[in-house]
Design a protein around this ligand. Sequence first.
Ligand code: FDP
Length: 340
Amino acid sequence: MRQVTVTEHLLLHQTKTPDASGKFTALFYDLILAAKTISKTMNKAGLLDILGATGEINVQGEQVQKLDAYANRVLIHRMERTGVLCAIASEENADFLRIPAQYKQGEYILIFDPLDGSSNVDVNVNVGTIFSILRRKSPSNNDVTLGDILQSGVEQVAAGYFLYGPSTMLVYSTGDGVHGFTLDPSVGEFLLSHPDLRIPEQGKVYSVNEGYYQYWDDATREVIEHFKGDANPLGKPYSARYIGSLVADFHRGLLNGGIYMYPVDNRNPGKAKGKLRYLCEASPLAYIAEQAGGAATNGTKRILELQPDELHERVPLFIGSKNDVEAVAEIYNKRRSTAE
Ligand code: FDP
């Protein structure tokens, strides 16, 4: 059987888009190249001196893993030279980066989490690179500003992730469904393995760090009880699965259905909005979820309609099968209206 490469797939999308200039395809091409470089290093991680922490604390107040810093460097180095970007924002950098003057400027903005789930990397658990692509809003002869980057999820031009696991995968959407590709290491190409992915409407699995139970409010506890009890559409408890690597937990839900949750907790007043970042985690994954027929909420509002005020804004996230996400929103909305 002849297999479709990701480049062919992108070119097909390009021909379907009126006025397409090929710049977007070029952007993807470089992104894929960066991911292949990261993937290759990930495969040998246990043999290189690249596991463990660098000793630095990032803008999120978290330990920077050596592989985090490495993936960030690879992505920035490759992507600032594409000629189609005007700015890059990474989970690892406090501020967004303007494309240096010596390189050609473009109209797109790339936001990424270079290595999501990296606290798992030392134990050889799946991690990934999550990305979001936006188009700048201000005129191209003006200096790019933070306002160009603080866009709500509905405005994304494309989003997706690379998953580094037993095989390396690319899952992406340009607003025309969700497509999954698997890297064939023997030829170095991503081949279409999961066309038109659809999340099952009803899941059977819930995924949350239940160790934080005592730090949740009553509404959140009721949400979790909904999935653990038998007064749910299954009439029995859901199975629990939590890898602790968002991109891997999300990917399981995308393929098999279910819900991933990272609610607000009161462990630390600084994290009163939850842990996950809107621009580089919640928004791109919500775009993928919706494009695959699933849903994503912060509890009361659709993730894609939220407007971020800060580059590293955090947000609670409930994402996956439509029925399960709607059940969560129903519980939070009911609690909210009785409290009012
Ligand atoms: P990590 O800190 O390892 O990068 O994005 C942050 C994230 O991982 C998610 O990938 C993961 O789902 C979550 O944090 C795990 O957080 P907890 O350890 O608090 O459960």
